[in-house]
Design a binder for this molecule. Structure first.
Ligand code: SF4
Length: 145
């Protein structure tokens, strides 16, 4: 990967650089509801079965599509289209030509800094395998600025 690749426009990133941009917050890996009438999105604290809820890391990222075919693959176009991406999401920030925050591991060199910054869902979510009805788990995730 190129030096300071995260300062390049998203469209210029290689596949490897694109993947490395994710801060690992885990918000992508939570179930959401879309209101059929209004299109409004409600978020939950229920995680995909593959997510390790204590670390907010996918337990089999490489093969995830085999287990969860509808797992989101973020693309340049989707970054603009998905309204629920948190303001802290590295893809959203860079799409807006904003810098990565100090706690991002590419800046801090520390993968745990996202947890200390209060951005990660680690330890704050429950797996879909034990959660029961999603309607009981609607939450509002605060976006840390
Ligand atoms: S919201 Fe953005 S930074 Fe967080 S896990 Fe999803 S893609 Fe990665």
């Amino acid at each position: 990967m190129r030096a300071r690749f995260w300062e390049l426009p998203l469209a210029a990133l290689t596949r490897e650089e694109w993947e490395a941009l994710c801060d690992g917050c885990g918000r992508c890996c939570l179930h959401k509801f879309e209101d059929e009438d209004t299109g409004a999105i409600a978020e939950t604290n229920v995680a995909c079965r593959l997510l390790d809820c204590s670390t907010a890391r996918c337990r089999d990222y490489t093969h995830r599509k085999a287990f969860v075919p509808d797992c989101l693959t973020l693309t340049l176009k989707l970054v603009d289209d998905i309204e629920w991406l948190p303001h802290t999401c590295a893809y959203r920030l860079r799409a807006n030509d904003e810098p990565l925050p100090d706690w991002h591991y590419l800046i801090s060199g520390d993968r745990e800094a996202v947890v200390r910054a209060g951005v990660s869902v680690a330890g704050r979510v429950i797996s879909e395998t034990v959660a029961g009805p999603l309607e009981h788990h609607i939450v509002e995730w605060e976006d840390v600025e």
